[in-house]
Design a protein around this ligand. Structure first.
Ligand code: MG
Length: 373
């Protein structure tokens, strides 16, 4: 079997709003082969730029487009191809969107390998240690504590036992921030796990102070209070915060995560499989996190392709904790309707598929509705 083409589908809602909602567009990757099998992947990044990185013609030996690097290769040699893509994009790659594009192709290669061998991706990653995982509802803060509390109550009614609120107007007014978290805790009672995603807007002193104030409401983790480049700040905060510190969704490559874990000292590590370097690199990151005795909780807020890929990673992580899952009503149709079969949370858990590959396929009508050229 040989790779014949790599295709990037750009999907986009009619209107894009300036809010922290990553489901408004999507870069879907399809790896085609001479066998007729097609691998499906995603890069949660700017679709235009991912497309350019895939389609770019070669400039020289360590600067080439990904399509040119992989066409003609055997798609089952996934690890070999990961390094060929990484080394072949060295000048513009190594981090950021270079790794995002590699992630999309890598996920598609794993899907393809699973389909070719009749095995779920988690079996090819070494074998699942669970057949389901607890999902946490991931949502934006509503404008007022009362509206946020109403969302929280709804997620409990839907069976979730853990939830995270983030962004929105959080971080702009410390008194209101405390009121928001207090309202959530009062709405859900003492047994539900509650996490807070700060949205990259505090300095270290504010984050330390707020961690102490929010600890009263039993917040399980405080996510991204600081800029992702402030690794020294994360070290100070992690040492002083009574709440676990979570970060990592902005980062790509094992090297970046090694820095964030070893120098930044964070407790909860959140690689996004479609940005950090695909399943190949995310497995290496998860292994590092396990060795350091921290928890790896993959970031997931895009289409169902990323949810599927994240579940296959979570299936093989020995100390896995949660699958992030966009709360009902929080994502766009690109999150809820793009793939089949759709995911559904049962009594707070997501099942891990045993179907070949990722176990999901695109819904053609939804692709046609949102595809742009
Ligand atoms: Mg986040």
């Amino acid at each position: 079997m040989r790779i014949t083409d790599v295709e990037v589908l750009h999907l986009r809602l009619d209107t894009i709003r300036d809010e922290a909602n990553g489901t408004q567009d999507a870069a879907i990757v399809r790896v085609h082969t001479d066998s007729g099998l097609i691998g499906l992947g995603e890069a949660d990044s700017s679709p235009h730029i991912v497309k350019a990185i895939v389609e770019a013609p070669r400039s020289h030996s360590i600067m080439a487009g990904i399509r040119e690097l992989v066409v003609g290769e055997d798609p089952l040699l996934v690890r070999r191809l990961w390094h060929k893509m990484y080394d072949g994009t060295l000048y513009f790659g190594r981090r950021g969107v270079g790794l995002h594009a590699i992630s999309g192709v890598d996920i598609a290669l794993w899907d393809l390998a699973g389909k070719a061998l009749g095995q779920p991706v988690h079996a090819l990653l070494g074998g699942a240690v669970r057949d389901r995982i607890r999902a946490y509802a991931s949502a934006l803060f509503a404008p007022t504590p009362e509206e946020t509390a109403a969302k929280a109550r709804r997620y409990v009614e839907l069976g979730f036992t853990a939830m995270k609120f983030g962004w929105g107007n959080f971080g702009q007014d410390l008194a209101r921030d405390v009121a928001q978290v207090r309202a959530i805790r009062e709405a859900v009672g003492p047994t539900i796990q509650v996490m807070v995603d700060v949205g990259i807007c505090w300095d270290v002193a504010t984050a330390v102070d707020m961690a102490h104030r929010l600890a009263e409401y039993d917040v399980f983790w405080l996510e991204e209070p600081l800029h992702p480049d402030n690794v020294a700040g994360y070290a100070t905060l992690s040492a002083r915060s009574p709440i676990r510190i979570a970060a990592g969704e902005e980062d790509a490559s094992l090297y970046a995560f090694e820095d964030l874990v070893d120098r930044g000292g964070i407790a909860i590590v959140q690689p996004d499989v479609s940005r950090a370097g695909g399943l190949t690199e995310s497995l290496r990151i998860a292994d590092l996190v396990h060795r350091r005795g921290r928890l790896c909780v993959p970031h997931n807020f895009s289409t169902g392709i990323l949810t599927a890929a994240s579940l296959h990673l979570n299936a093989v992580i020995p100390n896995a904790l949660f699958q992030e899952f966009p709360a009902p009503g929080e994502g766009s149709p690109l999150n809820s309707d793009l793939i089949s079969p759709a995911f559904s949370v049962q009594a707070g858990y997501l099942a891990i598929s045993g179907a070949p590959g990722l176990g999901v396929e695109l819904v053609p009508d939804v692709v046609d509705r949102y595809r742009v050229e």
